[in-house]
Design a protein around this ligand. Structure first.
Ligand code: GLN
Length: 492
């Protein structure tokens, strides 16, 4: 079969179960595609071909023995922020270019236990700070829809591998939009779960109170399969919540779009910088949902102007604390021939971290310093609570809230946005993390340059099933999620 990469996760699962193809054939097919096509996309930091084929053989044996899960034998790519035992984990940084984790992140361990085959580790913005994946020490990943554009970030590699059919699906992480925005830029479906739904153990920390792992895939159905593996309580993560996990696949038809109340925040559609094509495509998708029986309700989210400043205070503050562990002694990169201990710290950190990471450490350290702590950090936390309350008030009247995922489509590589311009591009995603809510991106069409546009649906706490179900039904009635970039059509 030459078109195994065209199959959905359900079709792959059925094909493996019915012995239409083996996991070895499927895995070899993807490895061949990676070899042929990834030089153009530059999405993988590490390809683990040998281990993948061994895992595939084990999966084939398990399938034969009747010990398979729904996902046994299906390949996956992991964002290079999830620790993988024995395999390099870089977080896109020179600081960790030589870091081999002695253990697996819980998400990786769960994927292995489900029988998934790891193809490799994929590129990302350094320490997940960014919106383009250009800040990676390993160079920029390309958007499969237009190779001179970025795939988004920070999970740009995760989105690019799926959009180029170099993996059937991928893990990502979202601190302020890093699953939803790259999914939007690459025409994919991506889910940021409720804070605490997916274990952060072994997921390299950026901003601990905001970070959350989730799936990036072609459809809500494919995401549901991966959520069934990723979600769940983990005693190794004290912020992971001990709450029963839904069967996201079984629930795909569990929510009716008929009568669903969708809140449309007035403030969101008047944002300066919202591209006309993005606005039009998102409005068309909402019209489609209305035709399917949803009720569109205008709502107010009065805190919109506070999202960017609040996030860009709290996230760097937490990052400055989290990244203090990279000191040239305990982990990763160490400067050569230091004259004394201070010189070792200083040079290891200045040589090991890139410019954006250093900028955030500086901002965060400043905000947390004695004398400024109350004025900045404590104040930002108070505003954060107001942002959360704004959402909770809105959810008294609506089931989900609709927004673009990003104000524009993918930027050109090397567009060189100033930091503040780049931060403003996160306007629609940040508040979800500040409030700890779940949200999903679904592809809803293209702009005039044929770059994908995404619709974001934000749900109340623990409404992952509902979000996946609404998008699933939208995807049953439309075909945006089936569109493929030209490079994905290429056969290896
Ligand atoms: N673009 C945002 C940032 O740079 C979000 C990144 C993320 O979600 N990891 O912080």
């Amino acid at each position: 079969m030459t078109d195994l990469h065209r199959l959905s996760i359900r079709e792959l699962s059925e094909g493996l179960a019915n012995a239409q193809f083996s996991s070895r054939e499927l895995t070899a097919h993807y490895l061949k595609r990676i070899e042929k096509i990834d030089a153009q996309v530059k999405s993988y930091v590490t390809v683990t071909a040998e281990q993948a084929l061994a895992q595939a053989d084990a999966a084939d044996a398990a399938i034969k023995a009747g010990n398979a899960t729904a996902l046994t034998g299906i390949p996956i790519a992991h964002k290079d922020i999830f620790c993988t035992q024995g395999i390099k984990t870089t977080a896109g940084s020179k600081m960790l270019d030589n870091f081999i984790s002695p253990y697996d992140a819980t998400v990786v361990a769960k994927a292995k236990a489900a029988g998934l085959v790891t193809l490799g580790k994929v590129n990302m913005d350094e320490f997940a700070m960014g919106s383009t994946s250009e800040s990676s020490y390993f160079g920029a990943t390309k958007n499969p829809w237009a190779l001179d554009h970025v795939p988004g970030g920070s999970s740009g590699g995760s989105a690019a591998v799926v959009a180029a059919d170099l993996a059937p699906f991928a893990t990502g992480t979202d601190t302020g939009g890093s699953i939803r925005q790259p999914a939007s830029f690459c025409g994919l479906t991506g889910l940021k779960p409720t804070y605490g739904r997916v274990s952060r153990f072994g997921m390299i920390a950026y901003a601990s109170s905001l970070d959350q792992g989730g799936p990036i895939a072609r459809s809500a159905e494919d995401c549901a399969y991966l959520m069934n593996v990723m979600a769940g309580h983990d005693a190794k993560d004290s912020t992971s919540i001990n709450k029963e996990v839904d069967d996201y696949v079984a629930n795909l038809n569990g929510t009716s779009v008929k009568g669903l109340r969708i809140g449309i925040p007035k403030q969101y559609f008047n944002v300066e910088g919202l591209a006309a094509d993005v606005k039009a495509r998102v409005e068309e998708s909402l019209k489609k949902l209305e035709d399917m029986g949803a009720i569109l309700v205008k709502i107010d989210l009065n805190m919109t102007e506070s999202y960017v400043p609040t996030y860009y205070l709290i996230a760097p503050a937490e990052a400055s604390s989290n990244l203090s562990r990279y000191d040239g002694v305990r982990y990763g990169y160490r400067a050569e021939n230091p004259v004394d201990l201070m010189d070792l710290y200083k040079r290891s950190r200045s040589e090991g971290f890139g410019a954006e990471v250093q900028r955030r450490i500086l901002i965060g350290t400043y905000a947390l310093s004695a004398g400024y702590y109350d004025a900045y950090y404590v104040k930002a936390q108070k505003v954060r609570r107001l942002i959360q309350q704004d959402f909770l008030k809105a959810f008294e009247n609506v089931d989900v809230i609709a927004a673009p995922s990003a104000p524009t489509t993918a930027y050109k590589i090397g567009a060189n946005l100033s930091p503040t311009e780049m931060y403003l591009g996160d306007i629609y995603t940040l508040a979800v993390n500040l409030a700890g809510l779940p949200a999903i991106n679904a592809p809803v069409g293209f702009d005039q340059d044929h770059l994908p546009v995404g619709l974001q649906l934000i749900g109340n706490y623990w409404s992952e099933s509902q979000l996946l179900s609404v998008v699933h039904q939208y995807q049953q009635a439309t075909d945006w999620h089936t569109k493929r970039a030209a490079i994905a059509e290429e056969n290896a």
